[in-house]
Design a protein around this ligand. Structure first.
Ligand SMILES: Cc1cc2nc3c(=O)[nH]c(=O)nc-3n(C[C@H](O)[C@H](O)[C@H](O)COP(=O)(O)OP(=O)(O)OC[C@H]3O[C@@H](n4cnc5c(N)ncnc54)[C@H](O)[C@@H]3O)c2cc1C
Length: 494
């Protein structure tokens, strides 16, 4: 098969504005929000399910690996085409097809940006609960693939709890529907299986989402502590008290330095840690509940608790948390964010271990995280241009994940495994566990064409097969749309 022929076929389906193949275009698609990089051979920008099917069929004919990409904000390398191939980018599939306020659901294409769903539903006082901090950029397809969480998932659950049904294009081009608008579909829970499968089982082309009534009132508390230990103990005490706030987020001293200088959101610069807590529901009694939580914070030596009811003040307090990752640029050129989860009562111990790991590797580590869920986000600060620092950052990250697993937790709370943590999977899963998952992957994706070499420990066979293919694709394509390519311009490919 010839590479130029594949391009010709893609151009016939997508037209010159729907296919990218030149290096200066492709390099914009060679990375996500991690440090991994890999350039696809072609990028296509479909607008419909039919175009996705056509792209998949062309990839099959030419033996191309397929990587699906939403906004590329992923934090585990899932959308990186490390084996080259065809990248299907969903950002032109951004139509909200239906908002159904009676049945509390929305039907959307996968490239719809997360926050756009809540904005469209707001006219009916409804919203889509999963709220990753990247929600102004990330897509619903990416959220579904990663089973994304967010600050308010403590009370309402993560993406899987808010997806009712999906339309999915399988790696052979078949289109299936799983789940649907009604609750409790019989048969295997394939919706649950696809959510969190990181683009390895199928391509989501339509999603039926659950909408929730927006809370009538919200109060935000900022509790300021001298130490991370005091803040961590407070988190456990609030939950043990029987109250589940909408969100409990924590930032440590290093994170406060970055966030406050970037955002001026009112966090005291000398604090050891702050907690940002949302309580929400009916207006009646909400301020009493906020005061009750403030007393718990004070019991654990909070030196100040601010209670914000005014939407502008709440927005200001939250702008710091939502912009925290970006603010790290104030402290270092690059950061590597980890995503381990620990039982809440292990937070103080593991946070101390993280600081000790940072000292040992000579790296500063800031912590900004979903404290209520025990979902840690240590941000390891380094400079990607320095290979030695990069090596140390990656090793420190792996050590942090080991500490989380040893504390009874897991490798990832919401960012997924992708490329970044695939070789850490055996820390959590036995060979038999991994084999059971590999069999499911093989049933959906028998040729390992969709997102090959992601999510599972890198086996020799996977890497050799796809690396050979990648090596054959290394030569730059020399193709003109008109006239048709000559024999000499066509390069032998497979
Ligand atoms: C500043 C910042 C803050 C963040 N905060 C959070 C947070 O609070 N919570 C959280 O969970 N995550 C967070 N993230 C991570 C990221 O935003 C989420 O994982 C998000 O869901 C990725 O969406 P995306 O559209 O960018 O997906 P991409 O990065 O493009 O892709 C992610 C994965 O999804 C797959 N995929 C994408 N679309 C489809 C589809 N249609 N069908 C099948 N597979 C698909 C890709 O192949 C890839 O494996 C944050 C990231 C950044 C940069």
């Amino acid at each position: 098969m010839k590479r130029a022929q594949a391009l010709q076929e893609l151009l016939e389906i997508f037209g010159p504005r729907g296919v990218l193949w030149e290096d200066h275009h492709l390099l914009l698609y060679e990375y996500d929000a991690t440090i991994d990089k890999g350039r696809p051979d072609f990028v296509v920008l479909p607008t419909s399910t039919e175009q996705v099917v056509a792209a998949v069929r062309i990839a099959n004919r030419y033996g191309l690996p397929i990587v699906v990409r939403g906004a590329g904000t992923g934090l585990s390398g899932g959308a990186v085409a490390d084996q080259g191939g065809l990248m299907i980018v969903t950002t032109r599939m951004r139509r909200i097809l239906e908002i159904d306020p009676v049945n509390l659901r929305a039907v959307v294409q996968p490239g719809v940006v997360n926050i756009a769903v809540s904005q469209a539903a707001a006219a009916h006082s409804l919203y889509f609960a999963p709220d990753p901090s990247s929600q102004k950029a990330c897509t619903i397809g990416g959220n579904i693939a990663e089973n994304s969480g967010g600050p308010h998932c403590l009370a309402y659950g993560v993406t899987t709890n808010h997806v009712l049904g999906l339309e999915v294009v399988l790696p052979d081009g078949e289109v299936i529907e799983v789940g649907g608008a009604a609750y409790d579909w019989p048969g295997y829970d394939l919706t649950g299986l696809i959510v969190g499968s990181e683009g390895t089982l199928g391509i989501v082309t339509k999603a039926v989402l659950r909408l929730m009534p927006a809370p009538e009132a919200v109060v935000t508390l900022l509790a300021v502590f001298d130490t991370v230990d005091q803040a961590s103990e407070t988190v456990s005490a609030i939950i043990a008290d029987g109250t589940i706030p909408g969100a409990i987020e924590m930032m440590d001293h290093t994170a406060i330095q970055a966030v406050e200088s970037a955002k001026r959101c009112g966090y005291p610069m000398d604090a050891g840690a702050v907690l940002l807590i949302d309580v929400e529901g009916l207006p009646e009694g909400l301020e009493d509940l906020a005061r009750h939580i403030a007393r718990i914070c004070e019991h654990f030596d909070a030196r100040e608790v601010r209670i914000a009811t005014d939407p502008a003040e709440r927005e200001r307090l939250w702008s710091g948390r939502k912009g925290a990752f970006g603010a790290m640029g104030r402290l270092a050129p690059s950061y590597l964010v980890q995503d381990g989860v620990v039982p809440r009562d292990q937070l103080p111990r593991v946070l101390r271990q993280i600081q000790e790991i940072g000292r040992r590797y000579g790296l500063t580590i800031a912590n900004v995280f979903h404290a209520g869920d025990g979902n840690l986000h240590p941000l390891i600060l380094f400079d990607e241009r320095d290979p030695e620092l990069t090596r140390r950052a990656v090793e420190a990250g792996a050590e942090i994940i080991r500490a989380c697993v040893e504390a009874g937790g897991t490798l990832t709370g919401e960012h997924g495994i992708g490329l970044e943590k695939r070789d850490l999977m055996p820390l959590l899963f036995s060979p038999a566990d991994l084999e059971a998952m590999a069999r499911i992957k093989a049933a959906f994706n028998p040729e390992n064409r969709l997102n090959p070499c992601k999510m599972f420990p890198s086996t020799r066979m996977c890497l050799e097969t796809w690396s050979r293919r990648k090596a054959r694709m290394e030569k730059p394509i020399r193709y003109r749309i008109t006239p048709a390519p000559t024999e000499a311009e066509e390069e032998l490919w497979i």
